[in-house]
Design a protein. Structure first.
Length: 97
């Protein structure tokens, strides 16, 4: 699945950049160093950036349908990233709160 992300707000850009680091963290650093703390740190930073994004960038109350869709896609990508990372650590996740 592909998502079109508009990164107009600094919190959107910060989260998008963080998500783009996943291959580097998993393939380059985690594989080379065999240190799960690298992945733990990445997931913690990702959750912090998501919280900042969520506080500063309304999804439902976005200015346009395109912005709402973009922000919803960013939320979905973040959820998928966290689920993947936690799964690699052997930690299950909930489908819904």
């Amino acid at each position: 699945a592909s998502a079109s992300i508009a990164s107009g707000h600094p919190a959107e850009r910060a989260l998008a950049k963080q998500l783009l680091r996943l291959p580097e963290v998993c393939v380059v650093r985690l594989e080379a160093e065999l240190d799960p703390n690298t992945l733990c740190d990445y997931l913690f930073e990702t959750s912090q950036k998501f919280n900042q994004f969520y506080e500063q960038c309304p999804v439902i109350g976005a200015a346009s349908p395109e912005e709402r869709r973009s922000r919803a896609d960013l939320c979905g990508l973040t959820a998928d990233t966290l689920k993947l990372g936690l799964g690699l650590l052997g930690i299950g996740t909930l489908d819904r709160l």
